[in-house]
Design a protein around this ligand. Structure first.
Ligand SMILES: [Zn+2]
Length: 495
């Protein structure tokens, strides 16, 4: 009987702590990494994969995702996690909330979360977890239960929802959130609860609150001012939700979070101003744990690139101009930004159409997780492969209670990896991304550096542009920890 199920040989492996990829072999047994060594003879494994000198990254952790926001969650879970494999992500963490979209209902998470798990079970092509947004006062009482029993270690608040009747649509904020009080009082009470459970359970893994930072009242003012301005729609949209509103919200979040003592994740920074605000908040409150995220689209698209290409690129916060894109890359390079995610939301063309204000925000991008970082980061801006692995794998895994079972190629970790051909160049089309979304704002963008093989817990699930396995993604009950390792060890002990 072989020592390993699979050995991946002849690759340059991005290992934690090393400046350069290492020419080592990876031995896999029972879905986990069992050995990393200079040489593992093929004879010691049932299966050998030749990486052909390519780069082997840890499987990506796409930690900003929206399964089921505009389509039934069963459908999104199947199609959109397939898209993740294209870009080398083997774990996604999706935001879920009650209210409009998603399941269009409210109620206790004790009832709704099991329904979400039932409807997603057996359908995902990569491992998946959920961040939960407590929308109502009653749901705040469920935070402790979600952490201690339901496998949820991260929560969310949307700062701009309180003024939602602003977008020239008839949607009223209370009807949208289905909440009794979705305001700063609710946010502060949420922060206190999350801080409390972090003090009680945080030794097992980081417990945090994610915040969408945009200010509703200012957006309302700027939308009014944009009524008669004649510029292309997505540029107009950026002017209607200017970086000022992010900057203000980040400061508000900083004041409240420092008072409550809660760890925060500032989501999808889109601008130089928002990055500046993050740096200011960190220096104002040095004891506060502030993690900053940006997205693939804020790093690679500008409204100029999307001119005359419809409204597919409408997203919150908006796509900005070149100055903001370059500022975000500086933040990525100097460590001000901790991770990059896709904010993937499968939003069909029919939900966009041609009227800016009622068009639904969001679009998919998970298939570009490693490709954009390699193409725009490594090739164009000299970002190291090591830093890329931290940005899309190790850092989100650490922040969200998955490390080191996810997020690093180390002995004992899940055998989640992706083999990337750094020189392979493709022009993006919707078909290339394997998503159900029928358009993409990345269309026509040339991207250099694509996964050729993606492995989930030791199983090859995607190879040479094709899905190669039935759905085997499992729910990530966070924090992933010692308990899971011990039981996995016990399972393999008998073989
Ligand atoms: Zn989002």
């Amino acid at each position: 009987m072989s020592r390993y199920d699979t050995v991946v040989r002849n690759g340059r492996v991005v290992l934690p702590g090393l400046d350069q990829p290492a020419e080592v072999a990876v031995g896999i047994r029972d879905g986990r990494i069992a050995a990393i060594a200079d040489e593992i003879p093929s004879a010691e494994a049932d299966d050998a994969i030749d990486a052909q000198g390519r780069i082997i990254f840890p499987g990506g952790v796409d930690c900003h995702f929206h399964l089921g926001i505009y389509r039934p969650i069963e459908l999104d879970t199947a199609s959109e996690t397939e898209s993740s494999l294209v870009g080398g992500a083997t774990s996604v963490i999706s935001y879920f909330r009650t209210g409009s979209h998603y399941m269009n209902k409210t109620g206790p998470y004790r009832e709704i979360l099991p329904e979400v798990l039932d409807r997603t079970r057996g359908r995902a092509h990569c491992d998946y977890g959920f961040h939960i947004a407590p929308m109502t006062t009653a749901q705040l009482d469920e935070i402790d239960w979600m952490v201690s029993e339901a496998g949820v270690t991260s929560f969310k608040y949307y700062m701009f929802y309180k003024g939602l009747n602003l977008a020239a649509s008839s949607t009223d904020a209370a009807a949208y959130t289905m909440s009794d009080s979705y305001d700063f009082g609710h946010l502060f009470a949420m922060m206190e609860r999350v801080a409390l459970v972090d003090r009680q359970h945080g030794s097992r893994g980081r417990i945090s609150l994610s915040i969408h930072c945009e200010n509703a009242e200012l957006i309302k003012l700027f939308i009014e001012r944009m009524r008669d301005v004649e510029v292309p729609p997505l540029e107009l949209y950026s002017m209607a939700r200017p970086p000022l509103t992010e900057r203000l919200s980040i400061h508000e979040a900083g004041v409240m979070a420092s008072e409550a003592g809660v760890r925060v994740n500032l989501l999808h920074l889109s601008s130089a101003d928002s990055l500046r605000a993050v740096r200011e908040v960190r220096s104002l409150y040095p004891d506060l744990d502030v993690q900053a995220e940006t997205t693939l689209h804020h790093l690679s698209l500008t409204y100029d690139m999307l001119e005359n290409k419809g409204l597919g690129g409408k997203v919150n916060p908006p796509i900005r101009g070149r100055h903001d894109v370059e500022a975000l890359w500086k933040g990525v390079a100097d460590g001000s930004i901790q991770w990059v995610a896709s904010d993937h939301a499968c939003c069909l063309e029919e939900l966009k159409q041609d009227d800016l204000w009622p068009a639904q925000p969001g679009f998919g991008g998970t298939a570009l997780l490693y490709p954009i970082l390699v193409s725009e980061g490594y090739h164009k801006r000299g970002l190291s492969l090591q830093r890329i692995a931290e940005l899309v794998s190790a850092n989100p895994a650490r922040a969200y209670g998955l490390y080191p079972i996810k997020g690093a190629l180390v002995v004992g970790a899940d055998a989640d990896l992706t083999i990337v051909d750094l020189e392979h160049e493709r022009t993006v089309t919707p078909e290339l991304l394997h998503s159900a979304q029928d358009h993409t704002p990345f269309s026509g963008v040339t991207v250099k550096g694509w996964p050729t093989l993606t492995m989930l817990r030791g199983r090859v699930v995607f190879r040479d542009g094709q899905l190669t396995a039935s759905p085997s993604g499992e729910f990530l009950r966070r924090p992933l920890g010692v308990g899971r390792r011990a039981s996995a060890g016990a399972r393999s002990g008998g073989s």
